[in-house]
Design a binder for this molecule. Structure first.
Ligand code: WTA
Length: 655
């Protein structure tokens, strides 16, 4: 049998047989968290989270664990802590200053080894520098950096000062950065000349300059990474090595209220304007830290942990910076892409540092599958003892491949469901307890209450499907959308306001055992390579181009990226004919939002299918994009438009 045929056979077996993979007796025996955690949390959910909060260092204890004025939560009210102290200093004080915090691997192969003592000095210097640049408790600082250690240091320096950071993924465009700077009213931006991507320096500073012009930003702190020439604006821009390096390497920190803002992270919603998700300090750190300990079974003395996400996404916040560092782990941080300089780079890194825990996304796993199992087979991956997945549903075939070719048929896989809004993992197996099922995220973690409900909010029975809801507040929940309480209520809490449930926007089903299977977004948000992009955001980028009259965007199933962006556009009558409108429009979206939002395909059409009330019928466009027979067209205002579209497409006017 060829490998392809055999993996197809595996997949169809999976659909028929219900295989489960319990942890080995040895793994279960040594696990950080055992089955009794579920009982403890079920008996006393709030008490359970109070125990988890006690894993952190507080300068003042809380008097009330949860104040719930739905939908506004306050956790650990009255408590005070410093998040950076919890992630750095306390490990040094405990005698672990010489433990490596970060093994950093640059894409070109340069490396840095940073111990907890080094990190304490670096964060203190950066905090002193930010203070000198005018940053005070309560301010917002924008971070627009590649995957270099300064990104983590900058975040922790803000936390140390009680200022909120807002990290913007380095792949976002100048426009995206400017919108976020304006919305957050940031005072300082931390950026770099550039970073390395696919073997070449990739500039950041020019985009930062374009974004900052005309905003209220007072100072820009610039890290030198690539050494390429950059323009520095006199009086505004300063180099990190000039300002940070000369600071004292100690910093007297204050402690802050548990509800002091820690960060704002922007994410796509169903409108063109991204939502600034606000997270605060005590509850967020409690759940990021506890879930990292429980779900990854992390042993700080012996594990080498690697989360391959970018720090610009919530996964990087919670599972590179706050969760792992609060637990005192040794971790790997990698700057570049998985195929530079060769397609075995990930496996080479795992072999080199003897990584024990790997956390990555299904889209990456599917890319590795495409490249072939012979590539990881050339490396020693025997150090791996646990694998994690996040960002989108993992298909059973990818799950089995991951287990077999990467995990040596031995390492448990934790499929973790959560969101920027939830701040930390909510649904996942516990690796020492759960018999895992390929493709299922399975169960709410101890202390978390989820359900799958129908339109009316009634729980569906086992075997049924519906919408995923969170039925009780949790410590790391978003507190609001920055500056927009109404949108916060409307987006997450209005759909099931009678029940008081949080609406996650994901479809899900319960299998016969009551285990959860996530089915993807039910709103106009696409999931491309594990990144959330809204259809409206791409549509408004498209119509901002002078030659576009109208645009409709759908996410079409894609074998590698989960979903691919397919755009249907109507060109303006006066738009210049000829040229290559599709590639021009793809470049335009890339400039407006960033390369991650570049449509996979642009189809120029004469009409869009609309209902009588003028709503675009995306379902039909999705049928076209996924090359399916059309569904019901009877509600179309003009049932002939679908013919027009298919005629237009077959006459070759497509990307
Ligand atoms: C999806 C990423 C299925 C889901 C941490 C969610 C998943 C959105 C999973 C949040 C998973 C994330 N299984 N779907 N294990 N993890 N998702 O905010 O649609 O970037 O609503 O947070 O990703 O994406 P976000």
């Amino acid at each position: 049998m060829t490998e392809e045929a055999s993996s197809e056979a595996t997949l169809s077996n999976l659909l028929r047989e219900e295989r489960t993979f319990p942890p080995s007796a040895a793994f279960a025996e040594a696990a950080n968290v055992k089955a009794d955690a579920y009982e403890r949390a079920a008996d006393d959910r709030i008490g359970f989270w109070e125990d988890a909060a006690k894993r952190l260092a507080w300068s003042e204890p809380w008097h009330t664990a949860l104040e719930w004025n739905a939908p506004f939560a306050k956790w650990f009210v009255g408590g005070k802590l410093n998040v950076a102290y919890n992630c750095v200093d306390r490990h040094v004080e405990a005698g672990n200053g010489d433990r490596v915090a970060i093994h950093w691997e640059g894409e070109p192969g340069d490396t840095r080894t940073i111990t907890y003592r080094d990190l304490q000095k670096d964060v203190s210097k950066a905090a002193n520098a930010l203070h000198e640049l005018g940053v005070r408790t309560g301010d917002r600082v924008m971070i627009y950096l590649p995957m270099i250690p300064e990104a983590a240091v900058a975040m922790l320096a803000c936390a140390r000062l009680g200022a909120a950071h807002s990290v913007v993924f380095g792949g976002f465009s100048a426009d995206s950065l400017r919108n976020r700077i304006d919305d957050a009213q940031a005072k300082v931006v931390i950026t770099a000349d550039g970073g390395y991507r696919r073997g070449k320096p990739s500039a950041l500073k020019p985009a930062a300059d374009e974004a900052i012009a005309g905003t209220g930003v007072e100072k820009v702190l610039v890290v030198r990474r690539t050494g390429e020439d950059v323009a520095m604006t006199e009086g505004r821009d300063v180099w990190w090595h000039d300002v940070v390096d000369r600071q004292p390497d100690t910093h007297e920190y204050s402690t802050f209220d548990a509800e002091n803002p820690l960060f704002i992270l922007y994410t796509s919603g169903t409108t063109a304007k991204p939502k600034g998700i606000l997270h605060t300090s005590g509850g967020y750190l409690t759940q990021a830290s506890y879930t990292h300990h429980a779900v990854f079974d992390l042993k700080p003395e012996t594990d080498i942990y690697w989360c391959a996400a970018d720090i610009g996404w919530v996964t990087g916040h919670s599972y590179i910076v706050y969760g792992p560092l609060s637990n005192g782990v040794t971790q790997v941080m990698y700057e570049g892409t998985p195929d530079t300089p060769h397609q075995g780079r990930f496996w080479e890194i795992i072999q080199k540092y003897k990584v024990t825990i790997l956390y990555t996304a299904p889209t990456t796993i599917r890319t590795f599958m495409k490249w072939g199992a012979d590539i990881p087979a050339k490396f020693d991956l025997s150090s791996l003892r646990l694998l994690g997945s996040v960002g989108e549903p993992i298909n059973p075939e990818a799950w089995i491949w991951y287990r077999h070719h990467i995990g040596g048929d031995n390492a448990p896989i934790v499929d973790t469901w959560w969101q920027t809004e939830t701040g930390a993992i909510m649904v996942s197996p516990l690796p020492g307890v759960t018999a895992t099922k390929p493709g299922s995220a399975q169960k709410a973690l101890p202390g978390i209450s989820v359900d799958v409900v129908d339109e009316s909010g009634k729980p569906v029975p086992n075997g049924g499907g519906g919408y995923l809801v969170l039925t009780e507040p949790w410590p790391s929940m978003l507190r609001t959308i920055w500056g927009d309480d109404e949108r916060f209520k409307d987006t997450y809490w209005s759909r099931y306001s009678d029940q008081g449930y949080y609406f996650a926007g994901d479809g899900a089903k319960k299998d016969d055992d009551g285990d959860l299977w996530l089915l993807g977004r039910v709103d106009d948000v696409m999931n491309v390579s594990g990144h959330r992009i809204s259809t409206t955001e791409v549509e408004s980028a498209l119509v901002s181009h002078p030659s576009v009259a109208e645009a409709a965007v759908v996410g079409a199933t894609d074998p590698t990226t989960g979903q691919g962006i397919v755009a249907f556009v109507i060109l303006r009558g006066d738009a210049e004919q000829g040229g290559d409108p599709a590639s021009e429009l793809r470049a335009h979206v890339s400039r407006e939002i960033g390369p991650i939002a570049k449509p996979r395909q642009i189809l120029v059409v004469p009409e869009l299918p609309k209902t009588r009330s003028g709503k675009i019928m995306r379902r039909l466009l999705r049928d076209v994009a996924e090359k399916r027979d059309l569904g019901d067209v009877t509600t179309l205002a003009d049932p002939t438009v679908m013919n027009l579209i298919s005629d237009g497409l077959s006459s070759g006017k497509q990307d």
